[in-house]
Ligand binder design. Structure first.
Ligand code: FES
Length: 157
């Protein structure tokens, strides 16, 4: 469930914390394991992270279900996390969500037929000054317009 390469990456995060505090790496570990499991965290993946970090499964489950950056059902290769909180909403997020759904032929929460993209509506991502915005992977895209969205989607392979 966790490849040797992923274990190396997780170990690098574990080393950033005091000995015995490997649980502090749980968010990064979940991110790494999700990335190598079709962008989704199954119950088995969560258990594997718990075992690797020597944590109770429920503690890992709590983290994995609290934050929006983890997927718990089949997801696309790329997850677009579009903010629909107040600043983004006031700057047209709802229209952009409609546009994304129309352009991709899916509703939020669904995956494109080719398995490339899924869209999630999320709360404030702390980039209100660049509203409306969304996140793909570790990158923020701000001051979105329909034209910008077209350009960004064209880069997703
Ligand atoms: S309201 Fe959208 S980033 Fe803050």
């Amino acid at each position: 469930m966790i490849s040797d390469k992923a274990k190396e990456q997780i170990d690098a995060w574990i080393k950033k914390y005091p000995e015995g505090r490997q649980s502090s790496a749980v968010m990064e570990a979940l991110k790494i394991v999700q990335a190598e499991n079709a962008n989704s965290l199954s119950a088995e993946a969560i258990q594997a992270v718990a075992d690797y970090l020597d944590m109770p499964r429920i503690a890992v489950q709590e983290v994995a279900t609290f934050y929006e950056n983890y997927n718990h059902k089949p997801a696309g290769k790329h997850t677009i996390r579009i903010c629909h909180n107040i600043s983004c909403m006031l700057n047209g997020a709802d229209n952009l969500i409609d546009y994304l759904e129309q352009k991709l032929g899916i509703r939020t929460g669904e995956v494109t037929k080719d398995g490339l993209i899924n869209v999630k509506k999320v709360e404030c991502l702390g980039a209100c000054v660049g509203a409306p915005m969304f996140q793909i992977g570790d990158k923020y895209y701000e001051n979105l317009t329909e034209k910008k969205i077209d350009e960004i989607l064209a880069t997703l392979k």
